[in-house]
Ligand binder design. Sequence first.
Ligand code: KG4
Ligand code: ZN
Length: 341
Amino acid sequence: MTLLALETSCDETSAAVVRDGRILSSAVSSQIKLHAEYGGVVPELAAREHLRNLMPVVQTALTDAGVEIGQLDAVAATQGPGLPMALLVGFKAAQAVAFALRKPFVGINHHKAHLYSPWIRGEPLIADFSGFQPNLSLIVSGGHTMLVLVESELEHRVLGSTVDDAAGECFDKTGKLMGLAYPAGPEIDRLAEQGNPKAFDFPRPLLKAPGDDFSFSGLKTSVRYFLRDHPAFTDDLQRLRDLCASVQAAIVEVLVVKTIRAAKREGVRCVTASGGVTCNRALRRELARACEREGFELRLAEKALCTDNAAMIGVLAERKLLAGIEPTSFDQEITPGWVLA
Ligand code: KG4
Ligand code: ZN
């Protein structure tokens, strides 16, 4: 099966062509620079950029894959959750293409696509579920932080999520307090590499509390008070590095400890992680260390697939069609608040 997938839920315009689990092409146009000026994603601007970029990105994906539009067997797009006007651009375009080609259309839950992205690997990228085993999956990005028990392929149960800020949001907002540009996550990661993670002791919210929920707004507040009490602190590069390393260590410890604890309790032997924050080197290192200690298999999404991309949307859409799940109606509307259950 040859399938075209589109992803426009936030600030990445992406198109991918997937054939029998193989990622034939994956084109991503990021709007990060545009939104950086405003310190965060501006929904109206995001939608306009998607409108401008979608056709060139689709054309690139088709050309890179060597596929003509008439050769497509199905079309998929992110249906939700996401910014309404942004979602509309990719979703309606994909529906229209599928309608014109008289081919099935599949609307995909963005979080669910993240959930299965750690199973896409290799060079060239290929989705391989042959080694699948029940796993505990950590989804961490700018908009979401979730622990999910994936019991079997296409079956899962959400165990916990953030009650306030997402982990990526915590990186971005604390970074902003330190004067770093949006999104601050990658910059904190870079600065932290030469910092002392034990320099400052920031709170580890809900680390010891029962349950699988997360909370990161208290950590953000303590960084705000810290900087208020230490004016001009970040003018010194080494102090800034130490601060980044210490904040990062707090976020990473909470994510790792809660993930491992849930995996042990649920009796699974495999941990997976996906979403933009999974690019973070300390998180990748600490998850690897903890999983090795527990004898768990660890599957981290490839870095190119951690941030938003259409390849993961296409992989899930193809698996749903092959599993005999009904395509999505051409009348279906976007579901911006679609919560993974
Ligand atoms: O998955 P994603 O592209 O978008 C959402 O669906 O939200 O994730 C973006 C988030 C941002 O908050 C960004 O700061 C964070 O992922 N991020 C990182 C790193 N790379 C991206 N956070 C920490 N360390 C990184 N290396
Ligand atoms: Zn995402």
